[in-house]
Design a protein around this ligand. Structure first.
Ligand SMILES: Cc1cc2nc3c(=O)[nH]c(=O)nc-3n(C[C@H](O)[C@H](O)[C@H](O)COP(=O)(O)OP(=O)(O)OC[C@H]3O[C@@H](n4cnc5c(N)ncnc54)[C@H](O)[C@@H]3O)c2cc1C
Length: 373
């Protein structure tokens, strides 16, 4: 007899955990969501909701909320360091005729709207709840929480991200995510009036900037460069200096950055958990199963895709073991291909290659994710 899944415990209220909690609660399961942080992270950053990610957010029932909170767009412009237009990258409309192709959104807005949707569907969110261990206990799981009551569950979704020690404790074959020698700097700035879709700009010394509209009055800047410690300078000074090496449209942003501007610096990480992604009652999702470099917006998109597949499999109501097997069948090979494409893009950033063709790589990615997983 298959064991019915009734109680789900999701560890981690990042993008992957929020989406999985939302998916499970929408199917009538009792969901406990635990996060070690006392407050949601308020990062000065944006997320590019790329076409496949928007398609999956629509399937999870939050498409309209995303459109309301973000800045819809179609197509991406690419310019060189002198401001010459090189080409336009296409964005396919994958979310259906009612939705845009893609959108830019603030990192905190996306997390807020997902949390609101999850709570509205009955998810029980406990913050300041750091999970220390998960034990198998007579066919069910006991999730041990530091300074709190343990949680009993039929299914545990591990969405603790790439930096947490928990995935390695639970999956001894997990390799720690390796940091790529590359920095990503994020800031939110006033939106230039003529910016109605993302602009990718090449700078000097391996730098690249992406400017993404996120609201009528705001744009998100992501600037990547080979990792250099900004010795003796503040993040704002460092970013201003880096922007000076770009085309005038990007240079014009430098005066908007001062010492009061919140700036987020993030290392690019890469890791892929070999299957199995499950152990006992625990299923690994999001960055702790597949930490992808941020290229082409797939780190976030693949986290949401995990939730969409989980939603389908919970609908099928097969019980835990068949669900785990089906999840890995639908996810592992596809994520491996996306991982290969995004790490290739990251490698080309670090070691410029005359044969590198980013448009071709992006077309390969678009083909890989064109259909739902
Ligand atoms: C500034 C920034 C900008 C980004 N921009 C983009 C972008 O434009 N495009 C893109 O594709 N990706 C982007 N990403 C990456 C993307 O957000 C992640 O890949 C995606 O959110 C999936 O993460 P996750 O939910 O698996 O993990 P995380 O977001 O890391 O969430 C993990 C959560 O687990 C909690 N946790 C960890 N350990 C424990 C524990 N022991 N007990 C309880 N809770 C625990 C943490 O507090 C955290 O809330 C960005 C990330 C950052 C930080």
């Amino acid at each position: 007899m298959t064991q019915r899944l009734v109680r789900v415990c999701v560890i981690g209220a990042g993008l992957a955990g929020l989406c999985c909690a939302l998916a499970a609660a929408s199917r009538g399961l009792r969901v406990q969501l635990l996060d070690q942080a006392a407050e949601p992270r308020a990062l000065a950053a944006h997320i590019e909701v790329v076409p496949n990610m928007l398609r999956d957010l629509v399937a999870l029932g939050v498409g309209d909320d995303c459109v309301r909170a973000g800045f819809p767009y179609r197509g991406i412009d690419v310019i060189d360091r002198h401001g010459r237009h090189l080409h336009e990258l296409p964005t396919e409309r994958l979310a259906g005729p009612r939705f845009p192709a893609a959108l830019g959104i603030r990192h905190d807005e996306l997390h807020r709207l997902l949390e609101r949707a999850a709570l509205a569907r009955g998810v029980d969110l406990r913050r300041a709840a750091r999970v220390q261990a998960v034990h198998d206990h007579a066919g069910e799981a006991r999730v041990v929480v530091e300074r709190g009551e343990p949680v009993e569950a039929d299914l545990v979704v591990l969405a603790a991200g790439a930096g947490s020690a928990l995935p390695q404790a639970l999956f001894p074959h997990a390799l720690p995510a390796s940091e790529l020698p590359q920095s990503w700097w994020y800031a939110l700035l006033p939106r230039p009036v003529d910016l109605d879709r993302p602009l990718i700009a090449h700078g000097d010394a391996g730098r690249r900037a992406v400017l993404v509209p996120v609201r009528h009055d705001q744009a998100g800047l992501a600037l990547t460069e080979p990792s250099v410690a900004p010795a003796g300078s503040t993040p704002a000074e460092h970013l201003r200096r880096a922007l000076a090496t770009f085309a005038p449209r990007l240079r014009a942003l430098a005066p908007r950055l001062d010492e009061t501007t919140p700036i987020t610096r993030r290392p690019a990480r890469a890791a892929l958990l070999e299957v199995p992604w499950h152990r006992g009652a625990v299923l690994a999702v999001g960055d702790c199963a597949h930490a992808l470099p941020p290229h082409f917006g797939q780190a976030a998109a693949q986290a949401v895709e995990d939730a969409r597949v989980l939603a389908d499999l919970l609908d099928a109501d097969t019980g835990r073991e068949p669900l785990f097997e089906a999840f890995e069948r639908r996810r592992a090979e596809r994520v491996r291909r996306v991982h290969e494409i995004t790490t290739t893009a990251a490698r080309w950033d670090l070691q410029p290659d005359s044969g590198a063709d980013l448009s071709l790589l992006m077309a390969k990615l678009a083909q890989t994710v064109a259909q739902p997983a």
